[in-house]
Design a protein around this ligand. Structure first.
Ligand code: FAD
Length: 469
């Protein structure tokens, strides 16, 4: 008997969230998450395609149709177990993945209607599990006696650690900061990714037997070569924490921050919880953020929550070319952030006390596409104008920190200092050393870092078993 065609529900089940006027006065998470009823209704929208392209769109290949089916049946435990087979950080990726370019972008529904809200459902399943108390621990392989050092506790390092500990290897993560999680704790703000969630997911990985050593800077406390004396393999997941600057006049004025410093002060050092935390941060009335990615949206939205009356995004191309997640741009617009598009800063001007007071900019028009495939900004002659500001934040990109390559001479690096790897295995130029995530790609995404972590974990396991490089 042929299967009855499914009734198409064209739109996503709306996500309940804090109203914009309220949320810019607090740091609480913006979307509240689905209720079980909403999750079931949304999961039932899945068309159960014979060839599910959504899985191909996911860099860690979560079995999306299987978990959606279980959610639709109300088997939330089953759903989270399916997700966790391939994704150690589901509450994180459900919140921050650019789903519109990945799983949801490939959803058959998205050709004519709104895709299934895979990210929201992944988040729902992970949060549901957390609400039930202790998560279930998967079966672990008996100990192999092999030891792996993972450098960095961001999404790449956590993924490698989770996969290798499940294969019976002894894993130690070395983290430079006092809190694990990488950008998830020092960069992405609480209102987008509550830190309790990151902590919960890191604790889950540690509960599998991974050892975490904090406040340990590899390259200073110990070199990679020294680690290799004790460990059978090393994975570098050290991210891209070195901010880029515009190299224009006035950039060293007071009140001009890199987004990295601004967000670290606000998030990791908890400036937003003043006076409980007395972390110095300039709280301007008019704050301009330069850039159009997630980092820029986070900085501009943080500025509002730190009390700015006006928060402005200055971006050199048009809205269409903005690399930020669609939801972040949408939320920023809802919150009243002003977008100065097709605009490039050319100088910062200061007052007599060397505090920034204006950004001088030039207008652009769009030219031919550049190497990134996006249309190039072309400056319009004599179009200079000035934006009055008290604080400026630069969110224009970042590269890997050079410390480890500098102290590991046979580790090859490429453009902007990225560690060169084999894309299928994460192998570097140095025997026994693997790498993945932003340190190998430059600033990218959480799920790409996790995807590379998974490939590296597989290759490390093979290397540990065979000794073949
Ligand atoms: P990281 O997360 O950078 O982690 C690297 C870790 O290594 C850090 O904890 C660091 O302290 C540690 N480390 C560095 N050097 C050493 C050393 N020498 N010794 C020991 N430890 C060391 N991506 C998305 O998909 N969605 C988003 O919405 C999104 N928003 C973002 C917002 C901001 C503000 C930023 C900065 C990035 C955002 N990204 C987003 C990008 C994403 O966070 C990164 O691509 C991802 O975190 C990279 O993971 P990683 O594990 O490679 O590195």
């Amino acid at each position: 008997m042929s299967k009855k065609p499914k009734q198409i529900i064209p739109r996503k089940t709306p996500m309940p969230e804090q109203p914009p006027a309220e949320r810019i006065k607090n740091y609480d998470e913006v979307p509240y998450g689905y209720t079980p009823e909403q999750a079931i209704a949304e999961a039932k929208r899945c068309l159960e395609c014979a060839r599910p392209l959504c899985v191909e769109g996911c860099p860690v290949n979560v079995n999306i149709p299987a978990f959606l089916k279980l959610v639709a049946e109300g088997d939330f435990r089953g759903a989270i177990n399916v997700i966790k087979e391939t994704n150690a950080l589901p509450a994180v990726s459900g919140r921050v993945c650019p789903q519109e370019e990945q799983c949801e972008g490939k959803c058959a529904l998205s050709k004519r209607f709104e895709s299934v809200a895979v990210g929201r459902l992944e988040r729902f399943a992970a949060d549901w599990e957390a609400s039930q108390g202790t998560p279930s621990i998967p079966d672990l392989t008996p100990p192999t006696g092999k030891k792996v050092a993972v450098v960095g506790s961001g999404p790449a390092g956590i993924t490698v650690a989770a996969d290798l500990v499940r294969k019976g290897h002894h894993v130690t993560i070395f983290e430079a900061l006092h809190e694990p999680g990488g950008v998830l704790v020092y960069g992405i703000p609480e209102f987008r990714l509550p830190k309790a969630i990151v902590r919960r997911e890191v604790e889950y990985v540690c509960s599998l037997g991974v050892k975490l050593v904090k406040d340990f800077v590899v390259g200073a406390a110990e070199t990679v070569d020294e680690l290799l004396e004790e460990y059978d393999a090393v994975f570098l997941g050290t991210g891209a924490g070195l901010p880029w600057f515009l190299n224009i006049p006035g950039e060293n004025l007071n009140g001009v921050y890199s987004a990295n410093e601004y967000l670290t002060r606000a998030n990791l050092m908890k400036a937003y919880r003043f006076p409980e935390y007395d972390t110095p941060i300039a709280r301007g009335k008019r704050v301009a953020t330069v850039g159009g990615g997630n980092v820029a949206m986070d900085s501009a939205r943080t500025a509002l929550r730190l009390g700015a009356e006006e928060s402005i995004i200055v971006y050199r191309r048009s809205r269409e070319e903005m690399p930020a997640r669609a939801e972040e741009i949408h939320h920023a617009e809802q919150e009243g952030i002003r977008f100065e598009l097709l605009t490039t800063p050319v100088a910062f001007h200061g007052d007599d006390n060397s505090w920034v007071k204006e950004i001088e900019c030039i207008r652009n028009q769009l030219g031919e596409p550049d190497g990134s495939g996006r249309r190039r900004p072309v400056p319009i002659k004599d179009s200079n104008f000035r934006i009055p500001v008290d604080v400026a934040v630069l969110a224009i990109g970042q590269s890997p920190n050079p410390l480890i390559p500098k102290t590991t001479l046979d580790l090859k690096t490429g453009k902007d200092g990225v560690v060169i790897i084999d894309n299928e295995t994460g192998k570097t130029s140095k025997k026994g050393v693997f790498a993945g995530g932003d340190v190998a790609t430059g600033g990218a995404t959480v799920i790409m870092a996790m995807g590379q972590g998974k490939k590296a974990a597989k290759a490390i396991d093979e290397y540990l078993k065979t000794g073949q490089w």
